[in-house]
Design a protein around this ligand. Structure first.
Ligand SMILES: Cc1cc2nc3c(=O)[nH]c(=O)nc-3n(C[C@H](O)[C@H](O)[C@H](O)COP(=O)(O)OP(=O)(O)OC[C@H]3O[C@@H](n4cnc5c(N)ncnc54)[C@H](O)[C@@H]3O)c2cc1C
Length: 593
């Protein structure tokens, strides 16, 4: 169950798809030289492969142990976490103002992919901590920032997001946790469920960000506020004090990511947990929204990462397992299953999907850097509009794709895939949560067709379609047959997306909602095909200019071709589903289902 970070592929995708050179030329990244980028990728790859990957399967088997409110993590996790923090990986993506290294989102995206691929359970702790850091940095008072952020960036204290309650999952308007003002702080009481890394033994303190309602708050989402509620109270000098009034009531027994504790948190069983307001009263959801793009990019990236891990594992198995005669290769001594055309098909599907997902995630990450730091305000605004449009696609499509990739990984293993020993099943189980948390696929699709398309009349999507069309047109003069095939496939895909976009915008709200997930699939498939075409074009140029890396570059071309011939054609079918499928979805009454 080894893992090798695909640094060559990551660097290529960062450069050719994410626009790394342009990002590094932005103010603030002067010290991030190409050499430093290489070193960071190499060192992170080593940590992922040597420290985190070996803990993945044992952690899944052992899980966490809950006893009287305390949680003991799986063997080796505590030491790995200490070393992760000591070597500075925890704060790498965070702002230098609070002790982080302020790296570009594009670079930290590649590094985070390694943590997620090598050990998704472990990686969640940093992901939640950095999410909390971002929320406090944007919305907290200077005093809160000074008191909490340096220790969180360092990793001495970890962070959580406490949104979900038994009756409030996708619909946060239903949440009931209370916060009552008391002098300089508030007293928080209520029950939160499914809190990732809500309790553990890896850090001195846990800083919970909790959504709650004030006594006089308006109903619904307009009455939600955000509070910082530490496990141990902290004085002005940052010293830990008394235990706060909160406890981990239990942890869940779950299908995947078993080495990360998923906690039921009980706040205020006594006088109420001391909490500090983050942002304005009743603006809690708006505060969460400012970090939503990063959080959703990160979960989309989990889809990429777990796909990569499953692919590596399936490839290794296929190159080793001997079974049957391979058609057309009867005379050859190598009888491993990789010779069977159908096994090749599975591996190529996995590879093409994984690389297209990565291209989409890194493209969005590069646009995030552009939106924040480009010298031109118009470019910043255009990049932000593109990020807003793409994020639900990154989250929804990369995680749904991971279901297919990890399931195919099991299939490549045959019966051994169904046996836990190989680890292939764990990847499928771990991947399963990614389409559920941080907004289910249905919620992403509603966001895409509602806030991101209906609100601007489809303007951002029209701009993206125009860009894809002009890129395809620019390939017209190419005398390379493979590029010609990619171009034709891309043009058909973009036309399907354009037709579906117009059709969707004309549907009534209920019909549009019924078509939303197929539309998200369509958008992901076409954008993925577009970016793979770009990658193949760049690879072709590099080969022509005599690059020494012809093996990798030719493989990139071949993978793009597979995407164009096997996956992009699904766009035509999805167009039909979007345009005509709502009728059957809604035809039966609830009692007839
Ligand atoms: C392992 C794990 C870790 C988690 N970590 C955290 C965490 O750290 N912090 C936290 O706050 N929460 C966390 N969650 C909670 C997670 O975010 C929720 O489970 C998720 O938001 C879905 O809510 P729900 O489970 O109540 O499902 P529901 O909202 O009940 O959804 C059930 C089904 O109905 C669909 N549905 C619901 N509403 C709509 C709608 N408006 N349109 C279309 N379809 C809809 C959904 O897509 C889904 O298919 C975690 C959950 C798990 C299992």
């Amino acid at each position: 169950m080894s893992y090798a970070a695909p640094t060559r592929e990551m660097l290529f995708t960062m450069k050719e798809i994410g626009g790394l050179d342009a990002v590094l030329a932005q103010p603030g990244f002067e010290e991030v030289t190409p050499d430093l980028v290489d070193t960071i990728l190499d060192e992170a790859g080593k940590f992922a492969a040597e420290v985190l990957a070996p803990l993945n399967q044992p952690g899944d088997r052992q899980g966490n142990r809950w006893e009287a409110g305390t949680v003991t993590t799986a063997d080796g996790f505590k030491q790995a976490y200490a070393s992760f923090c000591e070597t500075g990986w925890n704060g790498m993506p965070a702002s230098a103002e609070f002790g982080g290294q302020g790296m570009p989102t594009l670079l930290s995206t590649a590094v985070l992919e390694m943590w997620k691929a090598s050990n998704m359970s472990f990686s969640l702790c940093q992901m939640l901590t950095l999410g909390a850091v971002e929320a406090i940095a944007h919305h907290g008072t200077d005093a809160l920032k000074a008191r909490f952020l340096p220790a969180m960036v360092e990793g001495r204290w970890t962070g959580t997001m406490n949104l979900t309650e038994p009756q409030a999952g996708s619909d946060l308007a239903a949440l009931r946790t209370k916060a009552v003002p008391e002098g300089e702080h508030y007293r928080v009481s209520g029950t939160k469920i499914f809190i990732t890394w809500g309790e553990h033994d890896m850090a001195e303190n846990i800083v919970h960000l909790v959504l709650a309602r004030l006594p006089d708050a308006p109903p619904g989402v307009k009455g939600i506020s955000l509070f910082l509620v530490p496990k141990f109270l902290v004085d002005d000098e940052g010293r830990l004090g008394a235990r706060n009034d909160l406890v981990c009531a239990s942890i869940e027994h779950k299908m995947g990511i078993r080495a990360s504790a998923t906690a039921v948190m009980s706040f205020g069983e006594g006088p109420g947990a001391v909490g500090y307001l983050v942002g304005e009263e009743n603006q809690g959801l708006a505060c969460m929204f400012t970090m939503m793009n990063h959080a959703r990019l990160n979960v989309g990236l989990e889809g990429v990462a777990i796909s990569e891990r499953a692919y590596q594992q399936a490839r290794a198995y296929a190159l080793d397992r001997v079974q049957g005669r391979t058609l057309g290769r009867e005379g050859e001594s190598d009888r491993t299953i990789v010779g069977h055309p159908d096994v090749r098909r599975m591996l190529m599907d996995m590879k093409a999907r994984t690389e297209a997902q990565r291209a989409l995630a890194y493209y969005a990450a590069g646009q995030m850097d552009r939106a924040r730091g480009h010298a031109d305000a118009g470019q910043r605004a255009a990049a932000q509009a593109l990020v807003d449009l793409l994020i639900p696609v990154v989250k929804g499509w990369c995680t749904e794709g991971a279901q297919l990739v990890t399931a195919t990984g099991v299939q490549v293993h045959g019966g051994m895939g169904f046996i836990e020993e190989t680890g292939a099943a764990q990847h499928q189980r771990d991947a399963r949560i990614t389409t559920i948390y941080e907004g289910t696929t249905g919620i992403q699709a509603n966001d895409l067709i509602g806030r991101k398309m209906a609100r601007d009349g489809g303007a951002a999507m029209h701009r993206l379609i125009a860009q894809m069309r002009s890129d395809a047109a620019a390939l017209a003069g190419h005398d390379d047959a493979l590029i010609g095939t990619l171009r034709g496939s891309l043009e058909r895909g973009v036309q399907a997306l354009a037709d579906a976009t117009e059709g969707l915008l004309a549907l009534g709200p209920r019909e549009a909602a019924a078509a939303a997930v197929p539309f998200l699939w369509l958008a992901g498939t076409v954008i993925g095909g577009w970016l793979m075409t770009r990658a193949a074009d760049a690879a072709t140029t590099q080969i022509a200019s005599g690059s020494a890396d012809a093996d990798f570059l030719n493989a990139k071309r071949g993978t793009a071709l597979h995407f164009a011939l096997h996956l992009l054609p699904h766009a035509a079918a999805l167009r039909e589903v979007v345009l005509h499928g709502a009728a059957s979805t809604l035809a039966l009454g609830a009692g007839q289902l």
